[in-house]
Design a protein around this ligand. Structure first.
Ligand code: ADP
Ligand code: MG
Length: 480
């Protein structure tokens, strides 16, 4: 029997609001432990939470970008559990009336082509603090840092529409792309501002019913999400194939040893005793407010991609790569604005610029060559002042010295030699000095042509115009 996986993801994204979601303490990452707290964060008796409107605006942005319905009426709920990093004994979250529901995102997968992944709901909640179990701190086993406590968090719950580890990765990448385009979250999985829990089950191919699921937590990178899901699918398949049964449980991914550990079983599952949060009035969200948020949305990746194909006549694939992030797309557009050949700009950014960024692990926003300087270089190639090959040399020089491409070309005398008279003289000499190669060529050994090209390039230090050289060489070698 063949099995297929059924996967639903619960993704948490920390919102980039300045203050926390229900009080005025700073929501900034880091700082001295417990320096970003106040009576609300500490859960003191008698305090009242006050909702951060910016957080609601941000979650609505995400809801609109993922085609969700925005609830005209919604409210918060208390989710109760005990944990040392949750001083008040409950988390303010949403339960039966989330802000956003019934959305979707489309992903491109290798195995199944374009797939629509449903979004069940997106709700707003507060983050918890952090327990630090570091026995190296003298005299302590565990410590609590409440700086993260109360930071605005959205939870995006998907339908069980995902069918493989690869698709889960694609879906997560799409969410990261959206939150960063919307500028509501920095999308950093390593620092925990984007987090993902995976619900996984398997079923015989063709079955309509779902199998028993497990939930895998604690995966703090894209690579770990895909590895953990692949591992769990294999683990479940092995159990079922050897006649066993899957038990519903929560598992922790351990990236050090590439395996999962059980955290709790269904019997220990929480009863959160949700009830409506009495300290925050329910929210009426007006159509006008939603409309004004919609009108202020930035151009989103899919629209940008379509416009790049249309405006710059780029292949679909190039447009997709160049719109991966807003800053890369902006870099391309600024370059293209000053560039005669838009396709050339696209090719150079996709190969040379992205290679450098990848090698140096830098973001395009910190790239040392400005779009204007790159455009200047590419125009020197387009108007045949330099050859494409010399262009690469100048590019390397620009990386090192930061100089202007035109100045580098002038200072180093790199201008392309297109003058037929000058090239003819060089070529005549080479032919004169290579009687045996000429003979071989004329005897039909076509391949030796590259030898002559090489000689001309050597003689001109790569500056000869390849097209002109080609033409003259062919003519001369005919042996007129
Ligand atoms: P729970 O009550 O255990 O939290 P939910 O119904 O709220 O479960 O779903 C949580 C997540 O699990 C959602 O993303 C959903 O798509 C996914 N899910 C639900 N059932 C299954 C299943 N049988 N296999 C895989 N994922 C599932
Ligand atoms: Mg649930």
């Amino acid at each position: 029997m063949k099995y297929e996986a059924v996967i639903g993801l619960e993704v948490h994204a920390q919102l980039l609001t300045e203050s926390k979601v229900f009080c005025g303490s700073s929501a900034e990452f880091g700082g001295d432990p417990n320096s970003k707290t106040d009576p609300v964060v500490l859960g003191m008796p008698g305090v009242l939470p006050v909702l951060n409107t910016r957080a609601v605006e941000y979650i609505i942005r995400m809801g609109l970008a993922t085609h969700c319905s925005i609830a005209p009426f919604s409210r918060f709920a208390r989710k109760h559990y005990f944990y040392p990093d949750l001083p008040k004994g409950y988390q303010i979250s949403q339960f039966e009336l989330p802000f956003c529901s019934n959305g979707h995102v489309d992903v491109n997968t290798e195995a199944r082509g374009q797939q629509r992944i449903g979004i069940t709901r997106i709700h707003l909640e507060e983050d918890a603090g952090k327990s630090i179990h570091d026995t190296a701190i003298a005299g302590h086993d565990s410590l609590v840092d409440l700086n993260r406590s109360g930071v605005a968090l959205i939870e995006i719950v998907s339908e069980p529409d995902i069918r493989s580890a690869e698709e889960a990765g694609q879906y997560l990448a799409k969410l990261k792309q959206l939150v960063t385009y919307l500028e509501i979250c920095d999308g950093n999985m390593e620092e925990g501002s984007l987090r993902c829990d995976a619900n996984i089950s398997i079923r015989p191919v063709g079955d309509a019913e779902f199998g028993v699921k497990t939930e895998v937590k604690n995966m703090n990178s894209f690579r770990n999400v895909e590895r953990a899901i692949a591992y769990e699918i294999e683990r479940q398949t092995n159990i079922v194939e050897s006649g066993g049964r899957i038990v519903q449980e929560t598992l922790l991914w351990d990236a050090n040893v590439n395996t999962v550990r059980s955290m709790r079983s269904k019997e220990e599952a929480h009863d959160y005793r949700y009830f409506p949060e009495p300290d925050i009035p329910p929210l009426n969200i007006s159509e006008e407010w939603v409309d004004s948020i919609r009108a202020a949305l930035p151009e989103l990746p899919e629209a940008k991609q379509a416009r790049f194909v249309q405006n710059y006549q780029l292949p679909e694939y190039n447009a997709e790569v160049l719109t991966a992030t807003r800053s890369l797309a902006d870099y391309f557009e600024k370059t293209a604005a000053d560039c005669q050949d838009k396709k050339l700009a696209s090719n150079w950014i996709m190969s040379d610029v992205l290679r450098v960024l990848n090698d140096t692990k830098t973001d395009i926003s910190e790239f040392s060559i400005s779009p204007e300087a790159l455009a200047e270089l590419l125009n020197l190639i387009s108007d045949k002042t330099i050859s494409a090959k010399i262009g690469k040399t100048v590019f390397e020089e620009m990386l090192e010295s930061g100089g202007s491409p035109r100045k580098i070309v002038e200072a180093k005398g790199l201008m392309q030699i297109s003058d037929a008279g000058a090239l003819e003289k060089i070529i005549d000499e080479i032919i004169e000095n290579s009687p045996s190669q000429v003979e071989q060529y004329r005897a039909g050994k076509e391949k030796i042509f590259t030898y002559f090209i090489g000689q001309v390039m050597k003689e001109t230090r790569g500056k000869a115009n390849p097209a002109t050289v080609n033409e003259i060489l062919r003519e001369k070698l005919k042996g007129a």
